[in-house]
Design a protein around this ligand. Structure first.
Ligand code: HEM
Length: 423
């Protein structure tokens, strides 16, 4: 009934159920998926202390790369006043409902709850030095993003669209049960919902969602691509480890920081003005385009983008007038690996092809210097490479939003104070 009333065809409605959200989307999705979703555990002690410890709970592809959950929601939450023990108990009980209802896996549900600098402002004391959590800010002089300042952010992820939608409905107080388990409390018993965002990642999903803004009518997104821009991303060796992004000391030891930006993609230019060779050069590096190193979506690369032959970005920029996106980050690698753990996913939010670029790192400064490497102002200052033109993929990306959050360890995740929740 709802699909027609919203003027969306049933097929399109089903495809975009997570983007639409709500009870009707959930009902339609449950009908379609008929998924047997495994339930979780009664004892949270059996779950990892890091909320962000997802890798061991996810599956891996043949090359050993982590395969991210296919469906995602990000729910922005506001909290009024100072937290009480009662409110903390409610938040904990709501999150335990999810842990009881769903296995901690891609087949069940993975979730994190994070808090922004705006949340911590209500306390007299400041966050300890062991936590670097500045307000979000523009990270290049060419962008003017909206700065997200909800108090908290809930990230829900599952291979089942119905799992994400049902968990969200339960946390909004709209369901008595989740995956057959009683809902003891909802996050909306203490928070109000300010916004929701959604998305998807994985082979075939971007091609299924290409009937949206920013994508040409020719439907160019490769059928098997996991991301809109047509290539694999998140190779094991081009990701930070979960340990590298974990806060090591202080009351939030075991936690991490999360940066979430939203980026609009210009795929018309990407697919219609550029040929495959120049796409490979801009995404990886010109040497990869010359050698034909990347076949199809790049699955042949194994567990690494194999950037050793790419060379120095300034030299490449001078000689070729183009520098690769991945190539530029070699300069901010530590011990041979990046310092950020990317968990980004694509989206049609706002009726436009985009990316929710979600990254985890020990401190927000790690993200900022990684982003700075992508700006590569030295390359564009000394070579024919433009500030965005031929500067990796910058010319196809427009950042619309940025937000910074702290993901406390599981034991401290319910309305923490700057000293940790027991203070
Ligand atoms: C929004 C569109 C983006 C797309 C489609 C994209 C795609 C890719 C691809 C295909 C790779 C190579 C495969 C891999 O190593 O996993 C890569 C690598 C990487 N990207 Fe992006 N990326 C995007 C934005 C960003 C942003 C905003 C950042 C952060 C500043 C970023 C940071 C990185 C890093 C650190 C690497 C690994 C480089 C290394 O191996 O040292 N990417 N990206």
């Amino acid at each position: 009934m709802l699909p027609d009333s919203r003027g969306v065809s049933r097929r399109a409605f089903l495809k975009s159920a997570v983007a639409i959200g709500g009870a009707s989307a959930l009902a339609a999705c449950m009908d379609r998926e008929d998924a047997d979703v495994p339930t979780g555990v009664d004892e949270p002690a059996s779950l990892p202390e890091h909320q962000h410890a997802w890798n061991d709970a996810l599956s891996r592809d043949d090359a050993g790369n982590v395969v991210p959950p296919r469906h995602h929601a990000l729910v922005h939450l506001e909290f009024d006043g100072e937290p009480t023990d009662e409110a903390r108990g409610t938040v904990e009980s709501a999150l335990r409902t999810l842990e009881r209802a769903y296995e901690w896996s891609n087949n069940g549900l993975l979730a994190t709850l994070g808090y922004s600098p705006a949340y911590f402002e209500r306390f007299d004391s400041a966050l300890p030095e062991s936590v670097h959590l500045p307000e979000p800010q523009p990270l290049s002089d060419l962008e003017d993003p909206a700065l997200d300042t909800p108090d908290a952010i809930l990230h829900l992820a599952s291979d089942h669209a119905s799992g994400v939608l049902e968990a969200e409905e339960a946390m909004r107080g709209n369901r008595d049960t989740a995956n057959g388990v009683d809902v003891d409390a909802a996050l909306t018993d203490v928070f109000s919902v300010a916004d929701r965002r959604s998305g998807f990642v994985g082979d075939g999903l971007p091609a299924e969602h290409q009937d949206t803004g920013g994508v040409p009518d020719s439907e160019p997104v490769p059928e098997d691509a996991p991301f809109y821009m047509g290539f694999e991303s998140g190779f094991e060796k081009s990701q930070a480890t979960e340990d590298r992004v974990t806060i090591q000391s202080g009351p939030f030891a075991g936690g991490t920081t999360q940066h979430v930006s939203h980026i609009d993609l210009n795929l018309t230019q990407w697919y219609e003005q550029d040929d495959r060779e120049s796409r490979v050069a801009q995404m990886f590096c010109p040497a990869h385009a010359d050698s034909g190193a990347v076949e199809g979506t790049g699955e042949n690369l194994g567990d690494s983008p194999q950037l050793d032959d790419c060379g120095d970005p300034v030299e490449t920029g001078s000689e070729r007038g183009v520098v690769g996106h991945s190539q530029k980050f070699q300069r901010v690698r530590e011990d041979g690996r990046p310092v950020i753990l990317r968990r980004d996913f694509d989206s049609t939010d706002g009726g436009h092809a985009g990316v929710h670029f979600l990254a985890l790192q020990r401190e927000i400064a790690d993200f900022e210097r990684t982003r700075d490497a992508m700006n590569a102002t030295d390359v564009s200052g000394q070579t024919p490479v433009g500030r965005t033109q031929n500067n990796g993929i910058r010319q196809y990306l427009s950042v619309t939003h940025r937000g910074n959050y702290l993901l406390p360890p599981r034991s401290n995740r319910a309305l923490p104070t700057p000293e940790g929740s027991d203070a």
